[in-house]
Write a protein that binds this ligand. Structure first.
Ligand SMILES: C[S@@+](CC[C@H](N)C(=O)[O-])C[C@H]1O[C@@H](n2cnc3c(N)ncnc32)[C@H](O)[C@@H]1O
Length: 291
């Protein structure tokens, strides 16, 4: 069975100019048609939030089930941050002390840095326009799409540069935080399938154990796993994924028991019930585990 975001993936897999293959095309139109597809082997989709949140949603519905007290004044980590929209929104909405987004794809990290700059610039501009008399404020500015999607309680503008940062890294294999850093909250949203397909059961256990090690006692791990049924659609993204798919022994339905019984988390809260308004194909459970 196909995962519903099939079409979106196609939309998303736009070609980079350097990926064209000029050798077998003489006609420029034919060349365009024979563009090689960019395959997001790590789930590293370009414009992920364009189709996950879309124009019609105010904000990512997942944020509605997260609690401010998990993040406020806390040091946070977002594993697989993609273009950073959730990372930045959490920083703004829940007033983190710091939040670091890590992603395996350097291009997504570039996108995230760019988004951060844009939001900071807008916040600063907003602050200066709100100081102007009301008739001088531009309605377009006030209604800007970015501001709507990345709305927050605080408008600390430039502060965000000190709070939010992004780093390229493979969380499973070679990414390490600065020495002795521990986090109060770690997010891992829609990433487990990609880690599972690329690094198998061992990769998944490495992910869970590393998260546990990097959390403060009392810290929270917020997990949004993809369902097993959705793995089959992506199993052909690479030979590695195909091989791992065949050898996977541990399914997403086992994650909770593994985290509680083997990794050592104390308790779990299933916060899925409060979730509504997710786009088709993104109705995934969200679990919060406490160390
Ligand atoms: C489907 S996107 C989810 C984005 C975001 N977490 C969300 O749910 O809004 C998965 C992201 O995980 C990243 N990723 C996959 N494997 C990773 C790894 N081993 N280390 C860091 N990032 C990884 C991908 O590059 C991609 O951007």
């Amino acid at each position: 069975m196909c995962e519903p975001f099939d079409n979106n993936e196609k939309k998303n897999n736009q070609e980079k100019p350097e990926q064209r293959n000029p050798t077998n095309c003489s006609n420029p139109d034919a060349k365009k048609k024979r563009k090689r597809k960019e395959v997001a082997i790590f789930g590293n989709y370009r414009n992920y939030y364009g189709y996950r949140i879309g124009q019609e949603l105010d904000e990512d519905p997942r944020l509605k089930v997260m609690k401010k007290e998990w993040f406020e004044g806390k040091d946070c980590l977002d594993i697989g941050c993609n273009s950073g929209i959730i990372t930045i929104t959490i920083a703004k909405k829940f007033s983190c002390s710091s939040i670091l987004g890590v992603d395996i794809d350097g291009a997504r990290i570039d996108d995230a840095q760019w988004t951060l700059k844009k939001i900071v610039k807008r916040s600063c501009k907003m602050q200066s326009t709100t100081n102007k008399p009301a008739e001088e404020n531009s309605a377009t500015e006030l209604q800007s799409d970015l501001r709507r999607r990345v709305s927050g309680n605080s408008d600390r503008g430039g502060d965000l540069f000190h709070i939010v940062s992004f780093e390229k890294g493979n969380f499973v294999q070679n990414w390490h935080p600065p020495k002795n850093t521990l986090y109060h909250a770690i997010l891992c949203l829609s990433v487990t399938k990609w880690i599972h397909l690329n690094w198998g059961d061992d990769g998944l256990i490495t992910l869970f154990s590393k998260v546990w090690r990097l959390l403060h006692p009392g810290g929270v791990f917020i997990l949004e796993p993809q369902a097993w049924i959705s793995y089959s659609k992506n199993r052909l993204v690479s030979k590695t994924a195909t091989d791992n798919y065949q050898n996977i022994q541990v399914g997403p339905e086992d994650f909770q028991d593994i985290l509680l019984d083997k990794i050592g988390f104390r308790t779990v809260e299933n916060i899925t019930s409060g979730l509504s308004g997710s786009k088709t194909g993104f109705n995934r459970p969200i679990l919060a585990f406490w160390k």
